[in-house]
Design a protein around this ligand. Sequence first.
Ligand code: SAM
Length: 214
Amino acid sequence: MKSWLYQVFIQRTTNECYRGSLGYVPRGSHVLDVGIGNGLMLSTFGPLIQSKQLKITGIDINAAYLKHCAELIRKLQLEDHVEVRRASAQDYVPPTPGCFDYVLFCMSFMLLPDQPRVLLRVRDWLKPGGQIVFVQALFRQKSRLVDLIKPKLKYLTTVDFGQPTYEEDFFALLRNHRLSVREDRVLKNEWFHSQCRLVVASFQEAPVAISRPA
Ligand SMILES: C[S@@+](CC[C@H](N)C(=O)[O-])C[C@H]1O[C@@H](n2cnc3c(N)ncnc32)[C@H](O)[C@@H]1O
């Protein structure tokens, strides 16, 4: 039953989310996928990843998901394009500072225990002008029912969806971190007036200190 629910609801949504995000990033990009999960999307998007010559580094805290993901990488011969590491978003240190064109949070940002801390760290993971791609359900109206139900979905589907993310709070968080929204696209309308949205943001340049002659 759970596997059926997973396939009907989760896999279809996962595919829509990755179709949006992998379609957005240009050919040759180096992408950090934070919370890559079990890598099921690779079965669908392996050919796209190869044809766009993408390099994807996936991190996750779940060892079982990563094992499954590593097996798929081998089976689909994607070793030149995808690698995985066990790390949390709070502690991850990239091999070289500023090495990613894109940092992707595909249905994972809402699970982070300290989102502001992660956003502060992401700035150093990105190349200058790099972008953050968020794919997640955004709720437009506050609802106590949604607050109650969403964290419990993990018991039904085996996947933790965390707390609901409200549109207003999410965009306030981006503004507080000097992140400008470059793209905001609805991928799918969902339950309780929520929308699965692809939101792309980049850091505003720090103001340049101008030295004036005395
Ligand atoms: C809902 S799943 C999404 C998986 C995949 N991105 C997708 O869309 O199919 C969320 C993933 O984020 C991972 N995750 C949760 N907290 C994390 C953290 N602090 N750092 C890295 N990954 C995390 C979970 O283990 C899980 O694999």
